[in-house]
Design a protein around this ligand. Structure first.
Ligand code: PAF
Length: 309
């Protein structure tokens, strides 16, 4: 009889046993909300390359939308998504309806919700969480449900939603979830705009303006990477470098800054200053900006981006 005293020992034993009976087969999993683009394709291709089987889910998760957000208008393109998944040689698509995922129903008003929910305190309230208070509760809940259903070895997430990745990593670590997370780099257009399903809402002119998001972050990255040993930049100096690039657009009708953050990569605690990269812990410069569409002034899209250094 084997006697184990740590979670790691149990998990390791279980994984090994499973592997032996499954002839070392692995399952890779890519959870999505559909409207798939090249960013998703890069996650899926990585999973197909690294695993015996790849499962993709498409589920527009109501619990991560506030009552004021775009749940009903969120782009849904299932027939095109299926074609893309077939061309990428995905083994399984899981596309449940809301009743399957939330048997007690899922009203958007949190006060009316019933059933189990997962909250990652300390990380979920920061940055995106300030504008979207229940967003990460919704994400952590649906990802837990999906992980329990798919029981994958590894799940792939994009760096674009970096706070989502950090919240989920904490959830996986501290709830002892037996699915590993793999973060894949941001896929950008040729001018640096991070691909997002919500870019679809913007006309070509507004997309051009949105490309400045990355230019600002990149300028800050260059300044940090050029720091000589012993030198440092204060938090406000870093943020000024970003916002100077955005200056022609800031607070115009087109471009309103929600936040620019300079934070520790693991804890998302804001840093007072940053030093030469040889001594600096990994950090993330992230931002969220509201872009108003030039052709449809009622359409305001919130774009996020980040760089990890
Ligand atoms: O990143 C997304 O598309 C969603 O937040 C996710 C992880 C599929 C959960 O609904």
């Amino acid at each position: 009889m084997k006697i184990f005293h740590t979670v790691e020992e149990v998990v390791q034993w279980r994984t090994q046993e499973l592997r032996e009976t499954r002839f070392r087969e692995t399952i890779g999993f890519v959870p999505t909300m559909g409207c798939l683009h090249s960013g998703h394709a890069s996650l899926i291709s990585q999973s197909v390359k690294e695993n015996t089987y790849t499962v993709v889910s498409i589920f527009v998760n109501p619990s991560q939308f506030a009552p004021t957000e775009d749940l009903d208008n969120y782009p849904r393109t299932l027939p095109n998504d299926i074609k893309l998944l077939e061309s990428l040689k995905v083994d399984v698509l899981f596309a449940p309806n809301a009743h399957v995922m939330y048997p007690q129903g899922i009203p958007l008003d949190v006060e009316e919700q019933k059933g189990p929910f997962v909250t990652v305190l300390g990380l979920s309230e920061k940055l995106e969480g300030k504008t979207r208070p229940n967003f990460f509760r919704g994400v952590a809940t649906v990802v837990t449900k999906l992980f329990n259903i798919v029981m994958a070895d590894v799940a792939y997430f994009g760096q674009k939603d970096i706070q989502q990745f950090i919240v989920l990593q904490c959830m996986v670590d501290e709830l002892f979830v037996n699915t590993r997370l793999h973060m894949m780099p941001i896929v950008r257009n040729s001018n640096g705009l991070a691909l997002s399903s919500r870019n679809k809402y913007l006309c070509p002119n507004s997309l051009k303006i949105s490309e400045n998001l990355y230019c600002g972050l990149k300028a800050a990255e260059n300044a940090i990477r050029s720091l000589v040993p012993g030198a440092s930049l204060s938090r406000s100096e870093v943020i000024d470098i970003v916002t100077q690039i955005w200056a022609p657009y800031i607070d115009s009708h087109d471009f309103k800054v929600d936040y620019v953050s300079l934070a520790d990569f693991k804890t998302l605690v804001e840093l007072p200053a940053v030093e030469n990269t040889s001594v600096q812990q990994p950090l993330v410069i992230s931002c969220a900006v509201y872009v108003t569409d030039r052709e449809k002034p009622n359409t305001i899209v919130r774009l996020i981006d980040n760089i990890v250094i």
